[in-house]
Design a protein around this ligand. Sequence first.
Ligand SMILES: [Zn+2]
Length: 454
Amino acid sequence: MDPLKQRCCESASAGDNGGVTSGATSRVTRNDVAAGARGTSGDSELSGASYDASGSPGANLPALRGHNAALVLGLLRAAGERGVSRLELAAATGLTPQAVSKITARLRADGLADEAGRRASTGGKPPTVLRLVPGARHAIGLHLERDELTAVLADLAGDPVAVRRAPLAFEDGADRVLTTVEREVAALRDGAGGPPVLGVGVACPGPLDHTAGVLHRVTGAPQWDGFPLRDALADRLGLPVVLDKDTNAAALGLAQGIRVRGTGEGVGADEHTGTEEAGGADDGRGLPPGSGSFAYLHLGTGLGAGLVLGGGLYRGRRTGAGEFGHQVVQLDGPECGCGKRGCIEALCLTAVVRGDLAEAARLLGVGAANLVELLDIDRVLLGGRTVLDHPEGFADGVARVLADHARIRGGSAVPVMLAPGGARAVADGAAQLVLAPLFGPRHPALAASREAVG
Ligand SMILES: [Zn+2]
């Protein structure tokens, strides 16, 4: 029994990734977005009775059903523009060529894959190459911060097609926040010409119950305690919704190794209300495959961590893992919004407010070193608005503490880097809450065969 494996959610079996809120006979497959999603009758292909009945977001999309289809879809995504032949798919998945042909026929019938010419012959008949059609379906990622909403429309490859930002007052409570979200999601979809949307991933400050889709006592916004945000949003939006912590969404996106095109920052739009057209060349900022175990530390208006252990997102049994900011590092220290004293979040944010960034970075480094000591992770990634305001200062400050830690303990220091994706890392990752389960699990053997294929 490996408890970590049990709770790794990237593979998204229903038990790992939360429950489906309705449906009598959950025919749960590994590619269930439904995992923690709740659908309603609406205009999504994944919503309505068939979604609820099967527990699968792909209920109306036969091509998205089943573990093997997810594996094939994952290989198509990994191969990118170059594409992959049916024989290569068979070799990489261990499926028979006939089974692969059946799956790819269904994917093509649903418009998810198409033929991309023929590969140069190495003797026999040149094989036909298939590739993913990224624009065939989309997912929406929402990042609800205490004072701002970021909404991303991502294609199947995880690339952003459109981005919007709007002011948000999280402490104003549910009704006003839901109204803002509804308006921005509608504008996002309209602005992109109303493409088919599979579902909505919502990332917000923790703590929360990912499985039930319910918020807990968010520091500074206690009125949200117990609010069923997932179901309320599913009702408003008419789409399946998955709820997770901001830190988990970002970590999932990073674990997927998504490659974000363009910076998406301030491109042709007002900072707070406009629509940004994401574009530009692929800058390859995604993490390399097989990045193993890492911690994503998010310092914005709060402080939290997303943990990827052995390649999978670790949420914990009650999906409460990663409350990094509320570890006590100073007994009887200053009061924290959570009710305790001496939390690292309170100390760190206080240092930021008084302009002592070196001290804030040092505190973040101490927390990072504690994580390294506990979990033996491979790297530390930094993100969140406060870090991005002073990226070098935080990266250097944390690196210094980790170097000191390594010197005392022996061995080399765990590397620190800014998380790829910049200010959009959480919103992009939120879209992955919907997309990742469609593409099958990533385990080392498959990753290796993908590289052989790609
Ligand atoms: Zn606290």
